[in-house]
Write a protein that binds this ligand. Structure first.
Ligand SMILES: NC(=O)c1ccc[n+]([C@@H]2O[C@H](COP(=O)([O-])OP(=O)(O)OC[C@H]3O[C@@H](n4cnc5c(N)ncnc54)[C@H](O)[C@@H]3O)[C@@H](O)[C@H]2O)c1
Length: 334
């Protein structure tokens, strides 16, 4: 049984907690939370020992895996503490706010011989995974263009409002947009050039952005992301992949946040001289799938190949280049 320390008890920590409960071979043995009322609520709900100091948790509990669900500006600090204590680290995306921090996280895990995996959850999300498989199998031929998008209302529910401060979260152009930037990297390979245009919200945060990424193989991606939607606008994401022999398309609309992610909508394949084909993807909780995958890596002693530090660092490089491009008004060569 692998023992997991969960850091944070906010939105995504609750999603992880529910996922860990359904995973055989692992148990959350303790959680860390600095806000007393949040800690109390979480403890009541899940009946897991609470610590308000991660150092004390590490001293007193026998932990194998640390699952970091803290605000992004804390990812480096807690990864360093966990890795230096010899624990494997699963950390939510984005890996960090700066390349220096991200490289330091990779380095400390390598030095301590522990695994680091970043929660780039689209690599485990049914429709995104199925699409990657279909493209690898050649159903669309050579892929020339990918459009991907992710839109939501402003996430006012973050604890203390950290997510609305671009110095702590990077804004939507980093926090939200990075999901799709990582996905298009997964499909298209090595990015070469980035050109972006965006809009700042009242806080001066680039919270709606359109990023064009030119890949070394000649393909182009157009990625849109933002959390400036209003009212009841449902969480919306999707993609359109244009290949030389076919097109794959998928759109998803959930509740205000991702809690209704179970709602299914088929991926549709269009090819010349064929009627449209709907591909139903079996529903699975992608958060459970990514944690199960990391657990398997730890148990088998094989380093993760999905959500690696290098993939997360590449996605961060593209996101930071997009922010620079949008602010300077010119393309950025990677
Ligand atoms: N993969 C996904 O789909 C997804 C979705 C949402 C969030 N995230 C990522 O997960 C991370 C957490 O986001 P969230 O939405 O759960 O945020 P949240 O605000 O809901 O929760 C953050 C947690 O960190 C704690 N915290 C806040 N400030 C702290 C501090 N100074 N020291 C220690 N703990 C502190 C809070 O009490 C809370 O438990 C972020 O990196 C975010 O980008 C990923």
């Amino acid at each position: 049984m692998q023992r997991v320390a969960l850091l944070g008890s906010g939105f995504i920590a609750s999603v992880h907690m529910e996922a860990w409960k359904k995973i055989d071979g692992a148990e959350v043995c303790a959680f860390f939370e600095v806000h007393p009322d949040k800690a109390l609520d979480f403890q009541k709900k899940h009946d897991v020992p609470h610590y308000d100091s991660f150092r004390n948790l590490l001293e007193r509990e026998n932990v194998d895996i640390v699952d970091i669900c803290l605000p992004t500006f804390l990812h480096r600090e807690y990864t360093e503490m966990a890795a230096n204590a010899g624990k494997h680290v699963f950390c939510e995306k984005p890996i960090a706010l700066t390349l220096d921090d991200a490289l330091a996280m990779k380095d400390v895990c390598v030095r301590n011989g522990v695994y680091l995996m970043i929660g780039h959850v689209l690599r485990f999300w049914g429709e995104y995974v199925e699409t990657k498989k279909l493209l690898d199998a050649g159903v669309c031929g050579k892929v020339r263009f990918v459009e991907a998008f992710r839109l939501s209302v402003t996430p006012v529910w973050s604890v203390g409002g950290w997510i609305l401060d671009p110095r702590l979260s990077g804004g939507a152009s980093l926090d939200l947009h990075i999901h799709d930037l990582d996905y298009v990297n997964w499909l298209l390979g090595e990015p070469e050039k980035v050109f972006a245009q965006g809009i700042c919200s009242e806080k001066g945060s680039l919270d709606h952005i359109t990023t064009q990424v030119q890949y070394k193989n000649g393909a182009l991606a157009m990625v849109q992301g933002g959390w400036m939607m209003q009212g009841d606008f449902p969480f919306t994401c999707g993609f359109r992949v244009v290949g030389e022999k076919g097109v794959l398309e998928w759109t998803f609309r959930a509740g205000v946040n991702i809690e209704e992610r179970g709602k299914a909508n088929p991926v549709v394949l269009y090819r010349e001289h064929e009627t449209r084909r709907e591909i139903q993807v079996q529903a699975q909780d992608p958060y459970r799938a990514e944690l199960q995958y990391f657990l398997n890596c730890v148990e088998r002693g094989t380093p993760p190949e999905l959500g690696t530090a290098d993939q997360a660092i590449l996605a961060l490089r593209v996101a930071l280049a997009a922010q620079r491009s949008a602010l300077e008004g010119s393309p950025v060569i990677l």
